[in-house]
Design a protein around this ligand. Sequence first.
Ligand code: CP3
Length: 348
Amino acid sequence: MTNQISEKKFLRALQGETVECPPFWLMRQAGRYLPEYRKVREKAGDFLTLCYTPEFAVEVTLQPLRRYGMDAAILFSDILVIPDGLGQKVEFRTGEGPVLEPVRNTKDLDRLALGNLGRHLAPVYEAVSILSEAMTAETALIGFAGAPWTVATYMVEGRGGTGFKSALNWAGREGDGFEHLIELLVEATAQHLLAQINAGAEVVQLFDTWAGLLDEPAFQRWVIEPTARIIALVKARHADVPVIGFPRGCGERYIAYVKETGVDGIGLDSDVSLEWARDNLQPLCTVQGNLDNQVLVAGGEALDRETRRILTVLSEGPFVFNLGHGVVPETPPENVAHLATLIRQWPA
Ligand code: CP3
């Protein structure tokens, strides 16, 4: 694929090309803001059933593309299928979000095993394979996983609203096995990404939603190093598949992350200054982002203004338009349609 000129704008941008009218997709582009998603979700009943039934997962992956014509589809799944596949009990409760039976120490790790992961996640790879056939000459398929630190926070806390105390605590206790949990997740994540690539994913993204919680040494150890190891394992088999990293909330450390992990693209959260990203990150790799998801909820003039500001500053270099975090359920679908039109008409 490396030397082939792709018709897919998204792949061209990730190979470092400046695309005049930039490609776009949105994190959480499939989800509760779409009535057709809520229908399938209801039919599936349980969220993990939705993820593990290829027919349902394929359908909800394609829904946003039918409405808005994004340049890429992201596999519908979740970052917590990894702990589920490792044998941890994972549930998604309505109104509460994910609930896991927490792992808090070395002994709890005995309950987890890599051996069953591939078999457990086979329906996910089947969905990828069906989706890969469904892509047009212009649309690319994105596979993904959570990065080890972020997945570990859910595995250790067990539920939201705990202020991440248990995870930060364990990560800070030397010699108490947190590194074994991260190492297990490095292996599992690389295996999961490779299986998605083998099934037809053309790009993969690593979501590190809680990267910004860590101080500098911890960021190096639990974000940069594990991410670099995963990317090395993926690139050893598939050197030409672009990897996008999204270490949300890490501020100036975005530079070290890009330099030291080997990512091809970097997802910017909404707090990152556009000019700073243009000057410091875009010379190093393709940048992706970073419209505030609340601006997309609000719509109106702010949406027009912010979208054009992002396009003006970042579309002179390799760039993929996206949000700074996922689409939220309150988002009016017509605002997404308007955003798609604004991007498509660029430069205008
Ligand atoms: O982007 C996409 O359209 C692909 C699918 C996708 C989902 N989750 C579907 C989902 C992706 C890429 C994710 C990633 C994910 N999951 C992250 C990282 C990105 C981020 O948003 O920070 C995280 C932290 C999770 C864990 C997770 N999954 C939480 C905390 C929740 C509950 C909160 C919520 O929004 O409901 C989920 C559930 C979930 N994952 C939903 C969707 C569409 C909502 C489930 C529902 O329909 O009830």
